[in-house]
Design a binder for this molecule. Structure first.
Ligand SMILES: *Cc1c(COP(=O)(O)O)cnc(C)c1O
Length: 390
């Protein structure tokens, strides 16, 4: 058997080569490359697909996160220095975006079972300066949004989502993503997406989007991503240049119709892993009661300790199976946050330890789960995992 890559983007895009090439040709020949009809169409289609009224294309996922927070400040819904709760085991982009917007990230431990922010730990993380929660749907599983919305509503907090890993995940098998709320009043203020090439819906370069039901917020995000301007050469805000390219929107429009089928194939593979891997050294992730809440951006196992994890990674490498660690160093342990000026960042409050996030960083390992895997490859990976001894 040959090598099984963790994720081979050439393989991911190969079945759609004809439509990707004709999408590219159409844009090249159109003579219109920024803020045109492809972006407009993709914004409409992806916002509707995600269950929100408005979509604003931006340059990447980090900008989507930063600009939805900055727009909330410009509209007076948040103020510089406000504290925002974020999960301690997230990708650093979530935390960087909060800082970049002039807000203060406050880390909250994840739930061992879901890998997502633990709603029972929100209360203890709140201070009088807490104004929002930025939940992350990590590994493709929706965070416990109903519990988070309820907590936020009682406290008067804004809720945002980092959905960079969860395109197409849905509550209550609803036609809408994130439509678990009973009333429109409890829904996230805005949701940030990344279309980085490795994501479940990936562009052929960088791309991102903010979706929201709030027309005013959408308008300000759009201005901020275009130099703070709505009318040419009239600048209302100190904006940035972060726009979704026409060519990326055309690629994404060509790929979007296939996303549900890809996610379904990922669920099938994940279900086989959970059913067929029976090695006592390996703790498998939980399949949510409603499988639609998970789109398995990555399939993440845990080992009893860091030594076993590293041994497993070497072993799988030798068996030709690619793996990755999401993420080996949690944000609060990064050098980027080692010397935070007082008040710049509440990553290290009185209790600087995040034992759950730290233990996850040492013991998680992700195995291939993308839609391109064949049944035989999945069987081979299962066989390898079941034969692993330490
Ligand atoms: C990929 C990712 C981002 C950042 O997206 P980019 O498009 O790379 O800027 C943010 N948050 C999470 C959880 C991600 O996985």
């Amino acid at each position: 058997m040959g090598k099984i890559a963790f994720l081979d983007l050439k393989q991911v895009n190969a079945p759609y080569m004809d439509s990707l090439k004709s999408a590219a040709s159409a844009v090249v020949e159109s003579g219109w490359y920024i803020r045109g009809s492809y972006v407009e169409r993709f914004e409409k289609e992806f916002a509707a697909y995600s269950g929100y009224a408005h979509g604003v294309g931006v340059g990447n996922g980090l900008d989507a996160l930063t600009l939805m927070l900055r727009a909330s400040i410009e509209l007076g819904r948040l103020a510089p220095g406000d504290e925002i709760l974020v999960p301690a085991n997230t990708y650093i982009a979530t935390v960087l975006a909060v800082n970049a917007a002039g807000l203060v990230p406050v880390l909250v431990e994840p739930d061992e079972k879901t890998f997502n922010i633990d709603p029972t730990k929100l209360e203890a993380a709140c201070s009088p300066k807490t104004r929002g929660i930025l939940a992350v749907n990590l590994y493709g599983r929706l965070a416990d949004m109903p519990a988070i919305w309820k907590f936020a509503e009682a406290r008067g907090l804004l809720v945002f989502e980092d959905a960079a890993q969860s395109h197409g995940a849905r509550f209550n098998s609803s036609a809408q993503s994130n439509a678990g709320a009973k009333s429109a009043a409890i829904k996230s203020a805005a949701v940030a997406y990344s279309f980085y090439p490795t994501k479940n819906l990936g562009a052929l370069g960088d791309a991102g989007m903010v979706v929201t039901d709030d027309e005013e917020l959408a308008r300000v995000v759009r201005m901020l991503g275009n130099y703070g301007s709505e009318k040419k050469y009239v600048n209302r805000y100190r904006g940035v240049n972060s726009r979704l390219d026409e060519i990326q929107a055309a690629f994404l429009l060509a790929k979007l119709p296939h996303l549900d089928a890809w996610n379904e194939r990922r669920r099938e593979i994940a279900a086989r892993y959970v059913r067929e891997v029976c090695n006592p050294l390996l703790r498998l992730p939980e399949i949510p009661a409603d499988p639609k809440e998970h789109v398995w951006h990555v399939f993440t196992l845990r080992t009893p300790d860091g030594k076993t994890r590293d041994a497993l990674q070497k072993y799988l490498e030798a068996r030709g199976v690619g793996t990755l660690i999401f993420y080996p160093i949690p944000p609060h342990r990064q050098q980027a946050y080692a010397a935070s000026p007082e008040g710049d960042c509440a990553l290290l409050p009185e209790n600087p330890k995040f034992p759950i996030a730290e233990s996850m960083a040492e013991t998680v390992i992700s195995i291939p789960v993308s839609q391109v895997l064949t049944d035989d490859e999945v069987s081979e990976i299962i066989g390898a995992l079941n034969e692993f001894v330490c």
